[in-house]
Design a protein around this ligand. Structure first.
Ligand SMILES: [Zn+2]
Length: 92
């Protein structure tokens, strides 16, 4: 299994991508359709990593700032950016 990150935005027009095929590695069954990506996957890879770190640090921004070697306000701003991105996507 390779580790290529799932792209979430069309490189041609920047519109959000949808999933059109899912497959089972065990029995090769494939399912076709047009599936909207989960909200979390609408974030780019860096943002996903940020959210995962936030989660693994039990939501402590102070701890995250320490780990990332940045100031608390920097982490706070990153979190706010992600929140507003997710909020805007939801209301669309
Ligand atoms: Zn299967």
């Amino acid at each position: 299994m390779n580790n290529i990150k799932l792209p979430n935005q069309c490189p041609a027009c920047n519109e959000p991508l949808v999933v059109t095929q899912l497959s089972c590695n065990a029995c090769q069954t494939t399912i076709n359709g047009s599936f909207v990506l989960p909200q979390f996957l609408k974030l780019n890879v860096a943002e996903q990593n940020f959210v995962m770190q936030f989660f693994l640090n039990s939501g402590s921004l102070k701890e995250m700032a320490k780990q990332l070697h940045v100031s608390y306000p920097t982490v706070r701003n990153q979190l706010d950016d992600i929140i507003s991105k997710l909020t805007n996507t939801t209301s669309k």
